[in-house]
Design a protein around this ligand. Structure first.
Ligand code: PDD
Length: 284
């Protein structure tokens, strides 16, 4: 069945939706995006996603497309019109359509597009089985803290992983893991400490990361925000990733070596459950 999508102020059937061939999102990947998950028909951590969207826009000298309340009502309207119970809302803002020129155009209206995707996140087979990851060189640009639509390298890394029979890649820079192709990466050391890379322009500040670290601290788990290598990860008790599309997803194999006997680790399973409970309580 066709979805209803939102394009620049209008709700239209997906096959009727149009943007210009001169859109800078299309020509220059000149745009930013957010993905907000939906559980029981409600938005998870919407304020966090909006805060990060605003930051991404400011970093690229773009303006906020419309007031927060309007963005919230567009999200809700799309969830309702498409009867999404579980899944996500994707939002993209680009610098708009202008004659092709590397310099940013002036006084051009931005493009705002949103659509929904129905998806089982809580009962995900991957989360039950645990993901296999392989390490791949991190060859992305240097501003990964901005959530741009420039996703070609993460797509390539994911394909490299799939060709090796794995589910995803962990990206490595100067011998240290930055993050997954579309998630933040964690290990749990033998003494039970959760380790994840500290925030900088090397990684995206995951909204799920912030919520999961808060859950971990509330559960009296020890957290260290610092880089780790693949060699250290291979000595870990367990590993996992976080993202809006996967919540907490156990990692059971890194570069062909099994962790936690090849089964989802206890910390990941506990945090997944805690995150789902907490985020549902705060869902809007
Ligand atoms: N990706 N790191 C990268 C590179 C990401 O693309 C994402 C999210 C994350 C996790 O961020 P969050 O917890 O806010 O989802 C970390 C989204 C889900 C995507 O591109 O589909």
């Amino acid at each position: 069945m066709e979805r209803i999508v939102y394009v620049n102020g209008e709700y239209v059937q997906e096959s009727d939706a149009k943007i210009s061939v001169f859109d800078r999102g299309f020509l220059f990947a000149d745009g930013v995006y957010e993905v907000t998950s939906v559980l029981e028909g409600k938005l998870i951590d919407f304020d966090g996603h909006l805060r990060r969207l605003r930051r991404s826009l400011v970093e690229l000298a773009m303006t906020i497309p419309c007031p927060d309340e309007e963005l919230l009502s567009i999200h809700r309207e799309l969830v309702a019109r498409n009867a999404v119970v579980e899944g996500l809302v994707y939002l993209q803002v680009t610098r708009g359509a202008a004659d092709r020129d590397f310099a940013f155009p002036k006084n051009v209206p931005q493009t705002l597009v949103l659509f929904t995707q129905a998806k089982s996140i809580v009962d995900s087979p991957l989360a039950k089985r645990g993901a296999r990851v392989v390490s791949v060189d991190d060859l992305r640009w240097g501003r990964r803290d901005i959530k741009t639509v420039q996703l070609l390298y993460p797509s390539m890394a994911k394909m490299i992983a799939q060709e090796k029979g794995a589910d995803d890649a962990w990206l490595v820079q100067d011998g240290l893991v930055t993050e997954g192709t579309s998630n933040n990466a964690y290990i749990v050391t033998q003494d039970g400490t959760i380790v994840t890379r500290d925030l900088s322009s090397d990684i995206l500040a995951g909204i799920t990361r912030a919520a999961v670290l808060k859950c971990a601290r509330e559960l009296q788990m020890k957290v260290e925000e610092r880089p780790f290598s693949i060699a250290e990860a291979l000595t870990a008790r367990e590993a996992f990733t976080t993202s809006a599309t996967g919540f907490v997803c156990p990692v059971v194999e890194i570069d062909g070596t099994a962790l936690s006997d090849g089964n989802p680790g206890a910390v990941a399973v506990r945090l997944r459950q805690a995150y789902i409970e907490e985020s549902l309580k705060a869902a809007i």
